[in-house]
Design a protein around this ligand. Structure first.
Ligand SMILES: Nc1ncnc2c1ncn2[C@@H]1O[C@H](COP(=O)(O)OP(=O)(O)OP(=O)(O)O)[C@@H](O)[C@H]1O
Ligand SMILES: [Mg+2]
Length: 164
């Protein structure tokens, strides 16, 4: 199983210890973490390219991003549906997407998602605080990356992060 290959910025930053080149199972950590969450059993399908470039990230924060996107996808999926995680090289970095076959959302709803405490119809019923995506976008900005959403109401959603 190919792993997301990351360069770990150690606790001393890019100074003393410098950058470490390490194959860190970032995606595995995230999938394992959500595997311990209560809720309907949802299968996670993976489509991870073998030729991912090294990227410089804070691995704990990127795991947090992936856990939030995966936990959302699982929360809003009908039981028995599968969630897909894909990663490929893109513009010198990595594009990683989490797709689900949940309720999806309208363009207007999509525009409100990244505001604090916003939960769409049904969102609050499933639990959570409505802060996950706010934190997620903040972490992506700190990495100089992006997060984008594509969604069709009734069909599902795809959240994509790009790590430079
Ligand atoms: N994959 C998704 N499918 C449908 N709706 C989603 C999806 N992801 C997020 N949402 C909607 O966006 C809202 C905000 O998501 P966000 O992750 O910020 O908060 P939360 O999951 O409700 O709580 P928290 O992440 O803080 O535990 C959700 O409540 C839900 O209404
Ligand atoms: Mg969430």
């Amino acid at each position: 199983m190919p792993l997301l290959v990351v360069q770990i910025v150690d606790s001393g930053g890019v100074g003393a210890g410098g950058l470490q080149n390490s194959s860190q199972g970032t995606l595995d950590l995230a999938v394992n973490a959500v595997g311990h969450m209560p809720g309907p059993r949802v299968k996670v399908e993976r489509d991870i390219a073998a030729d991912l470039p090294d990227v410089t990230v804070d691995p704990d924060r990127i795991v947090q991003v992936l856990v939030n996107l995966l936990s959302n996808a699982m929360k809003f999926s009908p039981a028995g549906a599968s969630v897909r995680v894909a990663a490929r090289a893109e513009r010198g970095g990595i594009l990683c997407s989490v797709s689900d076959r949940g309720p999806g959302m309208t363009a207007e709803e999509r525009d409100r998602l990244f505001q604090p405490f916003v939960q769409l119809a049904g969102g609050a019923k499933v639990g959570g605080t409505g802060l996950g995506l706010v934190i997620t976008r903040h972490i992506m900005e700190q990495h100089g990356g992006t997060i984008t959403v594509a969604s069709t109401p009734g069909k599902g959603s795809e959240f994509s992060i790009w790590i430079p």
